[in-house]
Design a protein around this ligand. Structure first.
Ligand SMILES: Nc1ncnc2c1ncn2[C@@H]1O[C@H](COP(=O)(O)OP(=O)(O)OP(=O)(O)O)[C@@H](O)[C@H]1O
Length: 255
């Protein structure tokens, strides 16, 4: 069974077709890139894959389950986690609590358990704590556990966001422009971190990214969309030489 299958996925917003007939299959373990010029429909594809949007047409099946009727937390519970183009952390909470709170969907206790501090509550909380601390350790964030994300440099905030996504122990991690806003030293660190995560957590990673050094050094396979349509797919070197891709990025005059 495929991990994720999108077939003929189309997403319209009123009269605007943001994505047309998008197809994709993950068997598991891949590192795939999704690129294209601004407004091509990349984030829309991620929003459909993660349950933020219900597609206007087509199928989206994750681990054999149709996810089209699910809310984002339902899709997360199945094993899809994501980060956002503009970092979305809870800035009034500590780094540790940002990572703890992301796991709430699987706490498995109710308000009464919480009120009475039942065994079930204590067991679930201990597990959440242990996952959060382990990730802080693995992603070298332990010393910032009690900090508010706002007080951290942007590169570390990205790292916290990735730790939070990993805390739900996903099978598929969607990274939406992880290098956006980072300086070149941070970008080098990010490339190493993401490569390590892919190997260590044995995840399938799907990444949108505008910085070609990041895309070309991490992705095994790349899909390119323009005006919502898939215009090319292939390995990084195939994509770099593809005339349709060059045209989409540079326009006719530059070829
Ligand atoms: N919720 C929405 N309502 C209306 N239009 C939308 C919505 N979300 C996206 N769009 C439109 O769909 C198109 C694709 O947008 P999308 O954000 O998916 O592109 P993108 O490839 O991720 O762009 P970028 O690289 O600039 O982030 C754009 O024309 C955008 O304005």
């Amino acid at each position: 069974m495929a991990l994720l299958e999108m077939k003929n996925m189309t997403m319209r917003f009123g009269g605007l077709t943001a994505v047309s007939d998008f197809d994709l299959t993950f068997q598991g373990g891949e590192f795939m890139g999704l690129i294209g010029p601004n407004g091509a429909g990349k984030t829309t594809v991620f929003n459909v894959a993660s349950g933020f949007y219900k597609p206007s047409q087509g199928n989206v099946v994750f681990k054999g389950k149709d996810t089209r009727g699910l809310k984002p937390h339902g899709v997360t519970a199945l094993g899809v986690a994501r980060t956002f183009q503009n970092i979305r952390l809870w800035h009034e909470l500590s780094v540790l609590d940002n990572i703890r709170i992301a796991q709430h969907y699987r706490m498995g206790y109710n308000l009464m358990d919480c009120f009475l501090r039942t065994k079930r509550y204590k067991r679930a909380e201990a597990k959440i704590d242990s996952i959060a601390w382990q990730l802080l350790e693995q992603l070298d964030l332990k010393r910032y556990a009690e900090e508010k994300p706002n007080n951290l440099p942007y590169g570390l905030q990205r790292r916290v966001e990735i730790a939070r996504a990993l805390s739900v122990q996903p099978d598929l991690l969607l990274l939406d422009e992880p290098a956006a806003g980072l300086n070149s030293a941070d970008v080098d660190g990010l490339i190493k971190l993401i490569r390590w995560i892919h190997k260590e957590f044995k995840l399938t990673i799907w990444m949108i990214e505008h910085q070609m050094t990041v895309v070309m050094s991490l992705c095994e396979y790349i899909k390119v969309i323009d005006f919502g349509r898939t215009i090319a797919e292939g390995t990084p070197s195939e994509i770099q030489q593809n005339p349709a891709v060059i045209k989409a990025y540079l326009g006719d005059s530059e070829i």
